[in-house]
Design a protein around this ligand. Structure first.
Ligand SMILES: [Zn+2]
Ligand SMILES: [Zn+2]
Ligand SMILES: [Zn+2]
Length: 458
């Protein structure tokens, strides 16, 4: 690249020969005046710089760098090997030694000290400021020819750093000066060209960085979308397994539900059976019991078939409740009587003497149906809080929802003295069977008038 650049500069010089000649002439005059200018009060600073070992060293470094294809402003990057934005003394020593300039440590130290702001580090601004001073007073940017006051001889010299050729003030000729001018112009032009190239390169680098940043952003976007898609897919899968599990759950729930429904249906069915079937006593057949269906009027000695539906069903008695031993019967003459199917006892009605029949008293000890006041109470419904005979219970519980009603079989009152027989009388607030009552009455327990008033039939 450097070669191509030099070629271009050469061609530029050739193509604009007239221009170039004129420029060389004017530069020559300026350079000659600069070189032979005697020190004055106004140029004290210039003289200081020209005599400064540090600036001389920096100028030499600049020329050397340029001959190697590097620009002055690239010096900082070359020296800052750690890349932290500052050059320390060690970095500077190592960097300058690699340039093959034959400088001792004390020279490098004086260069370092004069550039740094006293903080022990050289920043890019400090280095560039120092470089600009050398460009102003010691020679054109990039030119191999540098002008300074030789520290050894205290004489102004022109030094070709690349060729290591020193021309003292008293040896200077116009021819040499012209040569220097030409080299300067070439160097200036080449410097500008290379600067442009460097700038383009940097721009390129910036673009590449931007491109890289864009690519990484794109990559992150892809990654993000991929992750998002993955998340969505995972969610779908989870939902799928969940729905499968739910399907199973539904199946089991359905099974339980149907089992429960079957149980409920059986319960309701059994309630209906108990509602319409009655175990009845055939008085003519020695009190043998038969099953009577109140809906159809069917009578069977054996259990109807429907009862076997509930045989294996635990928790429920699969037979009907036994009726009370007492039941209302009618004589062939049509008179109502109470018959005890177990011991054959009969309670008959009576005649009032005028042809009107008085119905028989109910068997003692048994409560009467609270609904019809005719039959003996048989079922005590818990939900209705009422005692019914079979027929009254059947009629009052023949609706949907009644299957939830539960009942207990009404037991006859027990004698509170012997606790064996059915009570028939109450006296002094206690219940007694006939045997116990007559014994107590004979022994004179209920002799008092007040006591006699409490005696009642049960
Ligand atoms: Zn009744
Ligand atoms: Zn009820
Ligand atoms: Zn008794």
């Amino acid at each position: 690249m450097v070669g191509a650049c030099r070629g271009r500069v050469g061609r530029w010089l050739a193509s604009k020969e007239a221009d170039a000649k004129e420029r060389i002439a004017s530069s020559f005059v300026k350079l000659k005046r600069d070189f032979f200018m005697p020190p004055t009060l106004e140029t004290v600073h210039r003289e200081e710089v020209l005599a400064s070992l540090a600036y001389i060293t920096l100028a030499r470094i600049d020329s050397k760098l340029f001959s190697k294809g590097l620009l002055g402003r690239e010096l900082f990057e070359k020296l800052d090997t750690s890349g932290d934005g500052y050059i320390d003394f060690e970095e500077m020593c190592a960097g300058i030694e690699s340039m093959d300039l034959d400088l001792d440590h004390s020279t490098i130290r004086s260069l370092f000290n004069s550039i740094d702001g006293g903080d022990g580090f050289v920043s890019i601004e400090e280095l560039h400021a120092a470089l600009d001073i050398t460009y102003e007073f010691m020679g054109v940017k990039g030119s191999p020819w540098k002008m300074y006051v030789s520290p050894a001889h205290q004489i102004l010299v022109f030094h070709n750093v690349v060729e290591d050729r020193v021309v003292f003030e008293h040896d200077m000729t116009d021819k040499l000066l012209r040569e220097i001018v030409k080299a300067n112009i070439l160097a200036e032009k080449e410097f500008a060209e290379r600067d442009l190239i460097l700038e383009t390169k940097r721009q390129d680098l910036v673009e590449r960085y931007q491109h890289y940043a864009a690519r990484s952003l794109q990559f992150f976007y892809w990654k993000w979308t991929a992750l998002r898609d993955m998340r969505i897919e995972r969610w779908k899968m989870e939902q799928h397994t969940l729905s499968a599990a739910r399907k199973d759950d539904k199946k089991y729930a359905l099974m339980w539900q149907s089992a429960w429904r079957v149980r409920q249906a059986k319960k309701a069915c059994w309630f209906t059976v108990q509602l319409h079937y009655q175990k009845m006593v055939d008085v003519s057949e020695d009190g043998k019991m038969y099953y009577f269906n109140h809906l159809t009027g069917d009578r069977t000695w054996t259990k109807p078939k429907i009862f076997f539906m509930f045989l294996k069903w635990r928790g429920y008695n699969t037979d009907l409740d036994e009726p009370h031993p007492w039941s209302i019967e009618y004589t062939p003459e049509g008179r109502q009587i109470w018959v005890d199917r177990i011991d054959g006892e009969v309670i008959e009605g009576s005649d009032d003497g005028f042809g009107t029949e008085i119905p028989p008293k109910k068997p003692p000890g048994y409560p009467i149906c609270e609904n019809c006041n005719l039959e003996l109470a048989w079922r005590d419904c818990k939900q209705c809080d009422f005692s019914y005979c079979f027929q009254c219970f059947r009629i009052s519980h023949n609706y949907v929802g009644a299957e939830k009603h539960t009942w207990t079989i009404v037991k006859p009152h027990q004698c509170e003295l012997c606790t064996k027989s059915v009570a028939a009388k109450t006296a002094k607030g206690k219940k007694f069977c006939i045997g116990c009552f007559t014994r107590l009455e004979k022994s004179g327990v209920f002799r008092g008038r007040a006591d006699k008033k409490t005696i009642e039939d049960l």
